[in-house]
Design a protein around this ligand. Sequence first.
Ligand SMILES: Cc1cc2nc3c(=O)[nH]c(=O)nc-3n(C[C@H](O)[C@H](O)[C@H](O)COP(=O)(O)OP(=O)(O)OC[C@H]3O[C@@H](n4cnc5c(N)ncnc54)[C@H](O)[C@@H]3O)c2cc1C
Ligand code: FES
Length: 321
Amino acid sequence: MPGDTVLRAALRSGVSLPYECASGGCGACRVQLKSGEIDDLWPEAPGLPTRSRDRGYRLACQARPRSDCMIAARLPASGGLGPRPRRHRASLSAREDLTHDMAQFSFVIDDAADFLPGQFALLSLPGVTGDRAYSMSNLGNEDGEWRFTIKRMVNGAGGKVLFDGLQVGDEIVLDGPYGMSYLRDSGRRDIVCIAGGSGLSPVLSILAGAARSGHADRKITLYFGGRRPSDLCADLLIARDEQLDARLTRHYAISDPDCAEPWSGERGYIHDIARQHLEREGDPAANDYYFCGPPAMTDAVQRMLLELKVPVSQIFYDRFV
Ligand SMILES: Cc1cc2nc3c(=O)[nH]c(=O)nc-3n(C[C@H](O)[C@H](O)[C@H](O)COP(=O)(O)OP(=O)(O)OC[C@H]3O[C@@H](n4cnc5c(N)ncnc54)[C@H](O)[C@@H]3O)c2cc1C
Ligand code: FES
């Protein structure tokens, strides 16, 4: 379709090009341009070093073909595509503030919202250069609702439009779904989710999906960390989902050692807290793991799980690059 990036065109055609962030940050979608012309949507994207660019590599998520193109890419052995991304006009139907810097935004489209628990969408926001990736916190549904838990970043251009500019009823373009770290429902292993900050968004979707998956004996656990108690908005959202609320074991922790807010729970980084519990319970390799958050947090969780000898095939994550 006109305007498609190489990544989007490939996924829409059923070709499972490798990717992670779809936002220029990770480099997982690197392809070599053999012939043809493309527009590079973000030449300074951190996902591609200048040296690779000079050797003809491009980021498929930031390359928009201007002609027929031939590319060389390494495809994964197995597909695992899920629903193919489509572009929709979406209107903001509700916004709810959750903490001092986090809010829930709901957009509706004129069609079913078709995505898997844990996937994300690209939002094209008025006046903002480049799409922004946000993970859905709800489940796919016939009502066309795509719900996101979004944290406002200091000086963030997308956040400014979302938090200060958009009014209920305003329209944006929503492109999705994307993402490979969705809930693998066939597994019978217990599920452990670990989230930092707005990493809660996809984790809520994964937890809601797991609670409805039919494996009633499967244990579902959430570890959620914030800097202060007032960052920890998970209970408010989980309480609205009776099925999940009844099934979920949860552990919350705060990481700011100087925090003056009253708190009698655990303190420390959430990966350290999770590790203590997992070691105490024994056999960390008996679980599937889903985690999301800023790169420092996801890198630490990944390291921790590998040290605990969890097989890579049981680890699924999105880094909010
Ligand atoms: C897979 C994924 C899922 C995410 N899910 C969530 C979520 O559920 N909730 C949440 O709060 N955050 C999420 N994020 C982070 C989110 O995408 C934004 O990075 C964050 O909100 C800050 O955006 P900003 O526009 O406010 O800040 P900015 O600093 O203005 O922009 C940050 C990001 O925008 C992109 N960007 C910046 N400039 C350009 C450009 N010129 N061209 C193209 N792209 C550009 C880059 O990806 C950059 O990291 C997710 C990120 C990823 C990769
Ligand atoms: S998927 Fe293109 S840079 Fe991450």
